[in-house]
Design a protein around this ligand. Structure first.
Ligand code: BDR
Ligand code: CA
Length: 307
């Protein structure tokens, strides 16, 4: 087997974050070096506790969890318990964590891990507001050299296709300044925007198939997704965050386009808007424009079933 890919997951769990964490844990191709938490879907105490509970349920208590930023770089933000539940995990009960997070804060952990890593060796998976990595890059810009690639769930291809506002997707809207700092670090990036995530939506039947696997993580994930489906009040729910993991594992499941990207860091109504200009190559980032949705759902189900 090829050498494992070292990844750090920066996350605000979050129902779809939970699915992404489970998927990463279920993927032997990855060496998960750390999980860093950030405030986003719910507050930092919750996202940190959730990361501990989720990794424990997946049997991966050896993955260090580091508490991160409790607010964006600028201004404030609004948590979205209506989508993710009061506890951030669809209000299902998970066993209390048997351990606490590491004493090293997320920004310090990112700096230490990236400072110690070889050039182009570490993959960052950013599935919440990007505050932690932005702070780390501000404090020690040289850590960018260690980054092989950054996989991001965020943004929209359509200029007015947002979910937080008409113009902006939630993760980028919460902290556009951070996303801009990360983008300007100039490392290779792969973006999964809202549109591609919506293509890979799941319905009640898919959730029942997941539950029927009857493993602790699949039963928990199905319970969370029941809540998610109800909160969207539609027959299907978009699985945003796991797409970053899938795009790293199986890029062939996506139509990846080269693009130039600009992030709106204004404080006006377009704050957090992502302006992708698709090109025929040589763009600054790669963005998933479409995906093979059936394959995405199948691979996700197969992988989670093996956890
Ligand atoms: C993103 O926002 C959060 O609610 C989800 O976890 C996902 O990361 C989708 O806009
Ligand atoms: Ca998230």
């Amino acid at each position: 087997m090829a050498a494992k890919r070292s990844i750090i997951i920066d996350t605000d769990p979050g129902i779809d974050d939970a699915l992404a964490i489970f998927l990463a844990c279920a993927s032997p191709e990855f060496d998960i070096r750390a999980i860093t938490t950030v405030a986003g879907n719910v507050g930092i105490n919750r996202t940190t506790r959730n990361a501990l509970q989720l990794t424990e349920l997946a049997g991966r208590v050896s993955i260090p969890v580091h508490r991160g930023a409790d607010r964006p770089l600028r201004g404030s933000w609004t948590t979205i318990e209506d989508i993710h539940g009061q506890n951030g995990l669809g209000d299902i009960d998970l066993p209390a964590p048997s351990r606490t997070e590491f004493s090293t804060a997320a920004v310090d952990a990112l700096i230490a891990l990236l400072s110690d890593a070889a050039a182009d060796s570490m993959t960052l998976v950013l599935i919440g507001p990007q505050t932690n990595l932005a702070l780390a890059l501000q404090r020690k810009p040289a850590i960018a050299n260690a980054i092989r690639e950054i996989a991001v769930m965020g943004g929209t291809l359509e200029p007015e296709g947002g979910n937080a506002t008409r113009f902006a997707e939630f993760n980028i809207h919460v902290d556009p300044v951070a996303a801009d700092i990360v983008l300007k670090a100039g490392r290779p990036m792969i973006w999964a925007p809202l549109e591609v995530a919506r293509q890979a939506s799941v319905d009640a039947l898919w959730i029942d198939l997941l539950r029927a696997v009857s493993r602790p993580c699949t039963v928990a994930a199905a319970g969370m997704l029941d809540f998610y489906l109800r909160s969207f009040a539609r027959p299907t729910a978009a699985l945003y965050d796991p797409l970053t993991i899938l795009a790293l594992l199986m890029p062939e499941l996506f139509e990846l386009r080269s693009a130039a990207l600009e992030i709106d860091v204004s404080e006006g109504e377009t704050a957090g808007q992502t302006r992708f200009r698709l090109s025929d190559g040589d763009g600054q980032v790669r963005v998933a424009a479409t995906c093979h949705a059936d394959r995405v759902r199948t691979v996700l189900l197969e992988r989670l079933a093996a956890l």
